[in-house]
Design a binder for this molecule. Structure first.
Ligand code: P6P
Length: 351
């Protein structure tokens, strides 16, 4: 009798999503369809990222986004594709994007739906022109206000503990989509020759012991005492008996978080003199990635406590991020408590 080596089942992301729905007899299928739409958006964006140079959409536009950042053409393309795929399906009541200051209302001639879709269309886009990995991040909430009608800012500004699902797509050496609906984290790799995401990383769990830490050392002189001592600990500078973690930082959050999710590690973007609340956004970067990190057995903190428990006050508010193996993140919180940290303290005062 021939037996094959153990491999993940040969299954597309659509079939996997449908199987996950099967665990919920009460499900209507709306979330399943929304996740299908997100997978399609990922394929369309992947096609453009892999041929950016050829398609002459490399480089920056003349426009700026709400943060005063020059929009890369792929940013604009990704933002429009995600909106256009979801503005008419009747599954989404309101959308919000990193690229727009205000909420994105469902057009009047379409019926708004039940879910809230928040997204960063192309995170790390400054890396596009140097061919470094970039990514798309999705967060999905249920509408909290009465079911019919357009979603409101209250539907968008929910805690991460209320998330129904989250996903990211990383456009790197291959294109991967990683998602969770609260039943573990599952990774799919795109086979562009057939246009299918195939299961490649079932039930992702952050491995231990961790291998990496990711932080931008250029800001070291502006860190507070607690963060400074924590990073020294990660580097084992004061403990010759302990092996340091390897430093990897590519300046694209998705790529750094994805590596740490698969290999074990911690990603941190702490508050400092120039970034008193950190740089990363709560609703469409930190919350969805914290949800996925927690589903993979990890933990995400703002240096004080669980990012998933933070109540957002503004769509684009920034938050300090320490994300990865629980033991590493809790150690960061301990260093900050024990030694104090002026920038974390200033952030915590308005938390
Ligand atoms: P810095 C990309 O612009 C981004 O938003 C994240 O993807 C990334 O982790 C971070 O900023 C990099 O910021 O200040 O280290 O260049």
């Amino acid at each position: 009798m021939t037996s094959f080596p153990p491999e993940p089942p040969l299954i597309t992301i659509e079939r996997h999503i449908l199987q996950q729905q099967g665990h919920h007899p009460e499900a209507t299928g709306r979330l399943t369809q929304l996740l299908y739409d997100i997978a399609l958006a990922a394929k369309l964006i992947a096609r453009e990222t892999t041929r950016a140079g050829i398609a002459n959409i490399l480089g920056a536009t003349t426009s700026e986004n709400v943060h005063g950042e020059t929009q890369q053409k792929l940013d604009v393309f990704a933002d429009r594709v995600i909106f256009r795929l979801n503005d008419h399906t009747g599954r989404v009541s309101v959308m919000a994007s990193e690229e727009h200051d205000e909420l994105l209302r469902i057009p009047e001639h379409h019926k708004p739906g039940y879910y809230v879709l928040i997204y960063d269309p192309l995170d790390g886009s400054s890396n596009i022109d140097v061919n470094a990995p970039v990514g798309t991040i999705f967060a999905i909430h249920r509408k909290r206000t009465p079911e019919d009608g357009h979603g409101t800012v209250q539907d968008v500004l929910q805690t991460g503990t209320e998330l129904v699902a989250a996903a990211y797509v990383i456009y790197g050496s291959s294109t991967m989509m990683v998602y969770s609906t609260g039943e573990g984290v599952h990774g799919f790799t795109l086979d562009p020759s057939i246009g299918e995401f195939l299961l490649s990383h079932p039930n992702i769990r952050i491995p231990s012991p961790p291998q990496y830490y990711s932080v931008n050392h250029a800001y070291q002189r502006d860190w507070g005492e607690g963060v400074r001592r924590y990073v020294r600990w990660l580097q084992a500078l004061d403990d010759p008996q302990r092996e340091p973690l390897s430093h990897r930082y590519i300046g694209s959050m998705i790529a750094d978080v994805h590596r740490n999710l698969l290999r074990g590690g911690v990603f941190l973007y702490p508050p400092d003199r120039k970034h008193p609340h950190g740089k990363l956004r709560l609703t469409y970067e930190a919350q969805p990635l914290a949800f996925l990190c927690a589903q993979a057995g990890g933990y995400a903190s703002d240096g004080v406590g669980d990012i998933l428990k933070l109540q957002p006050r503004d769509l684009h508010q920034r938050v300090p991020v320490f994300m990865g193996n629980r033991e590493l993140v809790e150690r960061a919180e301990a260093f900050i408590r024990e030694h104090g940290d002026e920038w974390v303290a200033q952030y915590a005062a308005q938390r």
